[in-house]
Design a protein around this ligand. Structure first.
Ligand code: ADP
Length: 979
């Protein structure tokens, strides 16, 4: 108001929404003064500086303010949602009509309009600026930092262009003009897309691009563009084994392949914490916003369930879309109507369903898009399709939150399985710009298989790469457990911020104890009541200071519905669990009861105790409780992860670290308590093993908690506990199928199972063991008599390592490897095994990629083997040649009882060769030749051979090259032929 330009001040005032009638009554300058408080509120309402910036744009454009004035007015904004807009700015871009102005001047005079227009096409504008040599990629990164809203990015772009001079300004002006022209031609070619729709689409695209461009976990330390770091993760499509683990594009994932329910619209991507779900979804968003994937969807609305938790209001779908994702500057109704009319052109994504406070429920149905409802109800109705049918939805979740009620509404479910070995390699190389550094990290991973196993989990791979200095400095093999890795990152962050040299005798933890306890309490309370976003008040309650925040464990939350306050969340949920665990151990206010509560989770679940799991102990220790009422869906997995860290931190190896930081008596008590809980948990598990059915082995079918308990014992590195537990296990067969066992779990299993008293069968079918997992299992192979690894993504390399080990182990007699990724290269190892081990009983290699060459290798071993009873090669490609080689090796066998060559392209020549086994072997009972191409000649040969054989019970010949008349005829010759 000091400038006193009456006319223009009046104009600007309209932008803040002040009524014209008021302005008529008095002079604008007086009015400004009179209504100062109101105007201030209007300019800065909702914590957003957008209004203020818009007014400044106009003042700048009209020369009312100079750049210096602006610098004085503007305080750089924090990350706030772009949920505010102003209408009333209608100036047109007409620089062509005023040729006397320079481009730099045009940039200034058209600023308000350019900001609006650029919002939708920042990516494109930056691209042309880079291509024309005016901007560097670093300039672009600086503009597209996720803390800026699209309009703030546009302003930064304009400011930066201005500093680059006249020709850069011209490039931007021309680009905007061209994109306006192409926009109108798009409207002409596609009349159903109105101008407002196209504008909205651009704004949405740009906002999705801004949100997905950088990887969030780098927020605390540096910004890593997702494009630079993204590494393919392994994927598994259940019920479609042929596609397992191959890399799939987003089109394929969202499309019909592997569909289990064509009526459903929801695709679920599930995976453990840190398996890369959010990053995968972020990649989907980024590729869509860059026009590189899923372009059939004109609109994509990304949601984070974590953020939706803080929405307290009842909303309609329209409000949900526009308020939580992207606000249409104009034409709301029209845009929403388009969405309703064209659901198949729209994609919704929901990240982290497991973090939603309410469990999926199907009870409260709504189908009217204008009906308001609590956000969880809206979400569940969207997922199950009664709302917005036809809109594709992609949801990510941890597996625990996916119950049968949800499953029946899924179009398909894919499992994210972390990095493959080559993925780890690729990630590490992408993470380190210095190739020597990357090579050193990879070398140290190769030297430590336990750590390599951990790196299959992307979040751990990230930590290990991030802490490469600590990793290389700590000596080979010293990092073994997940706790080791998280302690390393803790130390890494502290050292990164440490400016002062530690006082003598003070360890790094003690030096940062205040921060650990503040953040720990925040994390602990959050975990205990499923809170992942923290308000300033939450942080103050736990004593979290600015300097604690600066350490990098917390990042600013981009929660749009909480725009008024500065909210934070932990870099990753696992880091929250880790800090919660540290708090449980170090806080003198948390007693042993907090520890037992953590481990007795399952008990509590059984007793249907709902609400907060540590509610009681928190109250008893006077820690302010921010607990709210809700169900426990998200709690169990996080509490389990926390308990796993507690076990690790209470390991004897770390006791020294705690001495200076807590009461050693208390820590000791907590350690005893944790050991007691683990041992009790194992015993309870063993007690639940049913008595065997007569004639069968006593078998234990492990529950998921079993694997968790085993992991806790491993984290604790407590072999006494492992030994005690295993001495009480009496089963002869351990069934751990579908237990989500990856390399990390294999390490823990081997650590504990190696203490078993008697040899057992270990059944690990349908997990994600992989080659690294196989290597981790080696330490317990001496107590394993049968190993079942069906469907586990194992390659020849894994087999090589396994056989090198088991070749010397007399207990090891059976192996089943159906449906892995084996080729002929593995058969020489099996051949060696067969030659060497004369008590080996069963080899099942079905559904792999073994050809005639592989069969010949196996035959070499079989010639010298006197013990093998079962040989399964179902679903390979050995053909006649392979069958002949095998027949040659087995024709005088006195051990083979069961042989399967089902589905192997075997013709009559192969069948004739098989006849020799029937003729000469004294042991064969069942021969499986179903699904081959055997003709009459082959069957006749088999029939002839059977005439001299009384041991064979059946020869299976279904689905071969025989006519029904031939089948009928031959059935008469020998009843043991099954057609
Ligand atoms: P989740 O959502 O399953 O808990 P995130 O997606 O948050 O896992 O992954 C945790 C961290 O692991 C990420 O912040 C990132 O550092 C790393 N990460 C995950 N997936 C990838 C990937 N595909 N490429 C590169 N880094 C990844």
């Amino acid at each position: 108001s000091q400038r006193g330009r009456k006319k223009s001040a009046k104009n600007k005032l309209t932008a803040t929404g002040m009524g014209a009638d008021i302005m008529m009554a008095c002079l604008p300058q007086e009015l400004l003064l009179k209504r100062r408080a109101e105007i201030l509120h209007a300019l800065c309402s909702g914590g957003s500086v957008e209004h203020l910036e818009r007014v400044i744009d106009m003042l700048l454009a009209q020369g009312e303010l100079g750049w210096e004035d602006c610098q004085n007015v503007l305080v750089l904004p924090e990350a706030l949602g772009d949920t505010f807009f102003l209408s009333g700015c209608h100036s047109t871009l007409d620089y062509k009509e005023k040729p006397q102005r320079t481009s730099t001047e045009e940039l200034l005079t058209q600023r308000p309009d350019l900001v609006l227009k650029l919002q939708g096409c920042i990516d494109g504008a930056l691209r042309v600026l880079v291509e024309s040599g005016h901007f560097s990629p670093t300039d672009c990164d600086g503009i597209q930092l996720p803390i800026y809203t699209p309009s703030q990015q546009a302003r930064r772009l304009l400011d930066h262009v201005r500093s680059k001079g006249e020709s850069a300004s011209l490039v931007v002006l021309q680009y905007v003009q061209q994109s306006l022209e192409s926009e109108s031609s798009l409207e002409q070619t596609n009349p159903s897309l109105t101008k407002e729709f196209v504008k909205y689409q651009k704004k949405l695209r740009s906002s999705v691009s801004a949100q997905s461009r950088f990887l969030s976990t780098y927020g605390g330390t540096s910004h890593m563009p997702l494009d630079d770091i993204y590494t393919e993760v392994q994927m598994e499509l259940p019920n479609n084994s042929a596609d397992n683990y191959k890399s799939m594009g987003f089109e394929e994932i969202i499309g019909p392949v592997g569909s289990v329910n064509d009526d459903a619209d929801t695709v679920l991507a599930s995976g453990e914490a840190g398996s890369g779900k959010s990053t995968w979804l972020q990649r989907l968003h980024l590729l869509w916003s860059q026009g590189k994937a899923l372009q059939d969807f004109l609109l994509l609305f990304p949601f984070s369930c974590r953020r939706l938790n803080s929405e307290q209001r009842d909303l309609s779908v329209q409000e949900l879309l526009f308020q939580h994702c992207c606000w249409p500057d104009r034409g709301q109704e029209e845009i929403f109507q388009f969405i309703l009319d064209h659901p198949h052109l729209v994609l919704f994504t929901f990240d982290g369903l497991d973090e939603l406070k309410q469990s999926f429920a199907d009870e409260h149905r709504i189908c009217c898009p204008s009906q308001r409802a609590p956000v969880d109800v809206l979400l569940f109705n969207l997922i199950q399709g009664s709302l917005m049918k036809g809109v594709r939805k992609v949801v990510t979740s941890r597996p625990e939150a996916v119950g049968p009620a949800l499953k029946k509404h899924l179009h398909k479910e894919i499992h994210l399985k972390g990095f493959s070995l080559s993925g780890i390699d690729c990630f590490v190389r992408k993470h380190h710009s210095d190739p020597n550094e990357a090579a050193k990290v990879l070398e140290s991973l190769q030297a430590n298989t336990a750590l390599l196993g951990l790196c299959h989990s992307p979040v751990l791979c990230w930590i290990v790469s991030q802490c490469h200095k600590e990793l290389l400095g700590c000596g080979e093999g010293s990092l073994q457990t997940i706790t080791d890795v998280y302690l390393m990152i803790l130390q890494h962050f502290f050292q990164h911020h440490s400016t002062v040299k530690s006082a003598m005798g003070v360890n790094w933890l003690q030096e940062n104890l205040g921060t650990v306890l503040h953040l720990g309490q925040l994390a602990f309370e959050g975990i205990s009541n499923s809170s992942y976003i923290f308000s300033v008040t939450d942080m103050e309650t736990c004593g979290v200071t600015e300097s604690d925040i600066c350490m990098g464990f917390l990042i600013q939350s981009k929660d749009m519905s909480l725009a008024n306050s500065k909210c934070c969340e932990f870099l990753h949920i696992t880091l929250q669990c880790f800090l919660a665990a540290l708090f449980a151990i170090l806080s003198r206010n948390t007693g042993c009861s907090a520890i037992s509560k953590l481990f007795e989770l399952q008990e509590m679940k059984k007793k249907r105790l709902r609400g907060t799991c540590f509610g009681a102990c928190l109250n008893s220790t006077n820690i302010p409780n921010i607990v709210k009422e809700h169900s426990t869906m998200a709690e169990t997995p996080n509490l389990q992860i926390t308990a796993t860290f507690v076990s690790g931190l209470l390991s004897q190896r770390y006791q020294k670290l705690w001495i200076q930081c807590s009461s050693s008596v208390l820590v000791e008590k907590k350690t005893k308590q944790a050991e007691k809980c683990l041992s009790k948990g194992m015993q309870q598990h063993f007690r639940s093993i049913p008595q065997p059915v007569q004639g069968e082995k006593k078998s234990m079918h492990a529950m998921p908690e079993f694997v968790w308990l085993i992991k806790c014992i491993y984290e604790m590195q407590n072999s006494r506990l492992a030994k005690d537990a295993m001495s009480k296990l009496e089963a002869e067969h351990l069934k751990l199928t579908y237990c989500n066992i990856g390399p990390v779990e294999c390490t823990a299993l081997a650590y504990v199972l190696q203490h078993l008293k008697n040899p057992v069968g270990i059944q690990l079918d349908n997990n994600s063991v992989g080659d690294v997992g196989v290597e981790q299992l080696l330490p317990c192979m001496h107590i394993c008599n049968s190993l079942y690894l069906r469907n586990n993504n194992i390659t020849d390399e894994g087999i090589h390592k396994l056989i090198d080990k088991v070749i010397h182990l007399q207990n090891f007699q059976k192996i089943a490897l159906f449906n892995n990724r084996l080729t002929d290269a593995c058969t020489k190892h099996f051949s060696y095994l067969l030659k060497t081990r004369q008590n080996f009983l069963s080899l099942r290699l079905g559904n792999n990629n073994i050809t005639a060459e592989g069969a010949k290798q196996l035959a070499e071993g079989l010639k010298f083997n006197r013990s093998l009873q079962y040989l399964g090669l179902w679903g390979n490609k050995i053909g006649n040649e392979g069958a002949e080689a095998l027949a040659n090796a087995l024709e005088n066998s006195e051990s083979i009882v069961w042989l399967s060559l089902v589905g192997n392209g075997v013709g009559s020549a192969g069948a004739c060769a098989m006849s020799n086994i029937i003729r000469n072997s004294t042991s064969l009972e069942e021969l499986w030749l179903t699904e081959n191409c055997i003709t009459r000649t082959g069957v006749e040969s088999l029939t002839q051979a059977l005439k001299h054989n009384h041991h064979v019970k059946s020869v299976w010949l279904k689905n071969n090259d025989l006519t029904s008349a031939e089948i009928e005829e031959m059935q008469q010759t020998d009843s043991r032929l099954v057609f």
